[in-house]
Design a protein around this ligand. Structure first.
Ligand SMILES: Nc1ncnc2c1ncn2[C@@H]1O[C@H](COP(=O)(O)OP(=O)(O)OP(=O)(O)O)[C@@H](O)[C@H]1O
Length: 571
């Protein structure tokens, strides 16, 4: 609840007026039956003047109540929407501080559901609170007192009605609350499955997996449907049950009022307002029950959002001034394990790289090449040892200094929707067209960019679906080199390029970014054969280091990789 209170402060004036409007609305609702009773009384006594004045009075009270209701709805909607937008933005800002590790802990799909579905639940709760929280007790207590005051002899009908409606509400709304919790978990699962399926739609189709995928999805969707049907069934039983109780109370009131009227004829005119108050008591209990059920559902959502807001970022940057670092990189006895893994992925890695060196990293799949590279831009922190850039421990430099020094071109080229220029400017905020020309020439991207009518203003669709794998990689390399970083890491980033283009990229890098320290992770030895030094990784260990010539002579693992590739390629 503290999330709601914290974000409510900003809207306290609107909340105050929303609450005032609710009170006016409740008082108007309570007042109307009494006025109606007086109008009927005047009609029976044929008091023409009184009928008109009371009639106008009744209409004015009803219109005021109606207007208060409209203003309350407008204010409540405004506050609910604004507060939920604020909470969503706060959560999104928090997510931006997360490391890879933090995000993996939640899974991306799960975070999306929290930012959408859970926020919607919270929005509904805020709206419900502002519309009903105060109205329910005022209506319940007011209608109870007024009903007792109207026909005191029928007090027992009021008590039986309250006991019956309360009993049924507690039984059903309690059950619904539990099922809402289950539904939330299933909605997560439906979202995850749909996302996984759509992201991997090419794999699904090429492996003819549609039927299996449908089965997996249907199972979760059916479970969710079963929960929905259960809650729906409870609702469909509830409404006739409440109607029956209400009608029985009305019949009892009419039946017994006959006896009372013999002694006091004025009781007859009181029956309409008495019935009205009975209905108001019943609705107050029902609305209260529904509010509690909504709250139970929204509490699950608040808890899920709290988890995001309370998550401590794994990686903190120290508050030191920005500085210009050199391109040297050193690992001092670095060991690292992914969370939940009992086996380390990197084991006691030691090396030193001078500014401007080109380092190739090779090794079997899963040997830890990407993990090692991810330590340099500090995507993960090692559990043991120290990573230094420009002679400084990464834990002692600020984020900006590191980001402007290191550019990382990922194995999987990821572009954002927008234009090509928008994407390139992620690598250099103020990049001019000339910078883009130079960078795209290095990445061998200029040819296809120049063929696009809008060139750098060409649109990149969502998930860059309008570009081929090779084009995405070229654009991704362009973004990596555009800021002329001191350290450039290419993680298997030329895998979708033909051998000729790959060679041209390497040549251009050598010519244009001579001063840049470059790490090239490659599956193919041919991609790193000309590197100043090549690191050989095996099962998390750095088992060899040297030029291609040295390694062919001295490293058994390198020789094995080299020999398996030699037959297939011109190395
Ligand atoms: N985010 C992660 N969480 C848990 N384990 C991971 C994660 N990323 C990698 N691993 C594990 O760490 C090991 C090393 O992975 P890494 O990606 O560094 O290897 P690699 O040498 O780059 O492989 P490849 O050549 O196939 O890209 C693998 O066993 C992998 O399963």
């Amino acid at each position: 609840m503290d999330i709601l209170l914290k974000h409510a402060k900003k809207y306290r004036v609107d909340i105050f007026w929303a609450v005032v409007m609710v009170v006016i609305m409740a008082v108007s609702t309570l007042w109307q039956p009494k006025l109606l009773q007086k109008v009927i009384d005047a009609i029976l006594k044929d008091q023409g003047d009184k009928i008109t004045s009371l009639g106008i009075y009744l209409i004015v009270v009803a219109v005021i109540g109606l207007l208060a209701g409209v203003v309350n709805t407008i204010l409540s909607a405004k506050v609910a929407q604004s507060m939920s937008a604020d909470i969503r933005e706060t959560a999104f800002r928090k997510i931006q501080t997360f490391s890879f590790g933090n995000i993996e802990r939640f899974q991306a799909g799960n975070i999306v559901v929290r930012l959408t579905n859970d926020i919607t639940q919270i929005q509904t709760l805020i709206m419900t609170i502002l519309q009903t929280l105060i109205r329910v007790p005022i209506l319940f207590v007011g209608a109870f007192i007024l009903a007792m005051d109207t026909i005191p002899d029928l007090w027992w009908i009021i008590v039986i009605l309250i006991v019956a409606v309360l009993g049924i509400s507690m039984l059903t709304f309690g059950r619904m609350g539990r099922h809402f919790g289950l539904m939330q978990g299933l909605i997560d699962r439906v979202n995850e499955l749909a996302k996984e399926n759509l992201m991997g739609v090419r794999v699904v189709k090429s492996f003819n997996q549609e039927t299996n995928e449908e089965k997996r999805f249907d199972k979760v969707s059916d479970d969710l449907n079963a929960q929905n049907i259960y809650v729906g069934t409870l609702f469909s039983v509830l409404i006739p049950a409440f109607t029956l109780i209400g009608n029985m109370a009305v019949v009892a009131a009419i039946y017994f009022v006959g006896d009372l009227a013999k002694a006091d004829p004025s009781t007859v005119t009181a029956i309409t307002s008495f019935i009205n108050y009975l209905m108001q008591i019943m609705f107050a209990i029902i609305i209260g029950g529904m509010m509690m059920t909504f709250s139970a559902r929204a509490m699950v959502s608040i808890k899920r959002l709290r988890e995001i807001l309370d998550e401590e970022p794994d990686i903190y940057y120290t508050d030191v001034p920005e500085e210009n670092l050199t391109g040297s990189v050193s690992f001092e006895d670095v060991s690292f394990s992914y969370e939940g893994d009992d086996k380390p992925t990197l084991k006691h890695i030691n090396f030193e790289v001078k500014p401007g060196e080109m380092i190739g990293i090779v090794g079997a799949t899963g040997s830890g090449k990407t993990t090692l590279a991810q330590m340099i831009p500090r995507l993960f922190d090692p559990q043991e040892g120290m990573v230094k850039v420009g002679g400084k421990n990464l834990r002692d430099i600020n984020e900006k200094s590191l980001r402007k020094t290191v550019a990382f071109v990922l194995q999987k080229a990821i572009l954002f929707s927008g234009t090509i220029a928008d994407n390139l400017r992620q690598g250099k905020e103020d990049a001019a067209e000339e910078d883009m020309d130079v960078a795209s020439q290095i990445a061998q991207a200029s040819e296809f960019i120049n063929r696009l009518p809008a060139r750098y203003d060409a649109e990149v669709e969502e998930r860059s679906a309008n570009f081929s794998g090779g084009q995405k990689q070229r654009l991704s390399i362009t973004r990596g080199v555009i800021g002329k970083p001191k350290i450039l890491i290419l993680d298997d980033s030329t895998s979708a390029l033909d051998a000729q283009s790959e060679k041209l990229v390497q040549k251009a890098l050598n010519n244009e970014l001579k001063a840049t320290t470059t790490f090239v992770i490659a599956e193919k030895i041919s991609s790193v054969i000309n590197a100043d030094r090549i690191f050989v990784m095996d099962d998390g260990e750095l088992v060899g280091e040297g030029t291609h010539k040295d390694l062919v002579e001295n490293s058994q693992i390198y020789q094995e990789i080299y020999n398996t590739q030699k037959g297939k390629e011109t190395v």
